[in-house]
Design a protein around this ligand. Sequence first.
Ligand code: 3EB
Length: 333
Amino acid sequence: MSLPFSVQFIPVENISALEADENVLAAIRYASIASAENTEKPLFSVGLPNLALSNVVEVWYSDVAVKTSLIDGIQLSYNDDILFGHLLLDESEYEDIVAASEHAYRLILDAINALDYPYILRIWNYFSSINDDQQGLERYKQFCLGRQQTLDSRGGFVYSPPAATAIGTSGGGLQVYFIAAREPGIQLENPRQTSAFLYPPQYGVVSPAFSRATIKKWQNTTHLYISGTASIVGHETRHIGQVEKQLEETLKNIEALVQHGAETQDLSINTLTDLSYLKVYLRDLFMLSITEELLIRRYGRNLPEVIFLQGDVCREDLLVEIEAAYILNEVDA
Ligand code: 3EB
């Protein structure tokens, strides 16, 4: 019995073996600037420094040897079930981040349709200076506009918006990576939060196009991909300026989401500690020890794997964001 793929965090010292490994779908490093290896395979660095002392590589393993392809600059790898793609655009080649984002999404939708994996399950978006104003509009809001322009011209995401992350880096272009499938996932929203695509207009020219989570039933297992989650209740930011309180609210949101998934879908997990990993984005280095202590105090040894990255959250008043997933590494006997 096989799994479509799994995710593991391994010490960065072990990276040399990855390039030749035919079962590697993708390998992601965390660095001060975004970059991609010059191959078809998605082997790349995200422009977010890892705040922990020992750096890791995030490795996406396929159960079988993958195929690879380069379409319009998108590095793609795939097996029968899943497609992994990575795109890094040089923003200076575009008029603004609206145009870059519109172009990125157009290339991505074309590529997934060409290879016939039309359903994006999960997508990550990274670009610099996310909270800066340019021509009077915050760059995050411009990014949302470009994304939406492509969706409007192409009839939207097939089935439902994917789970997503959008985080500000310190530099290095517009970077987007994603997983897509031949069959759709199930959209999961959070009862504590207004769905992002229904946010009122104060948060942008268009509402952000993402779901709180995607549930995907594979043959032998059910996965849960949780979007970047922050201290937002309803549609409002809570606990402005208070890191610990924002963290607690964020954890409550993730717990509520998982619980809701367990109640409404046949998910085999029901608490945060059942998740496979947490990825914590912190606006400032000084928040690291506070965050680690709070997580350990609350969850102790039950805590899943956690990685801490330095990045800017897409609302200026948010200090922390956490994403997570439930992706089993081995099929239960
Ligand atoms: C939020 O809940 C925080 O625009 O793709 C989180 C995840 C956020 C994804 C996106 C934005 C996005 O509204 C921001």
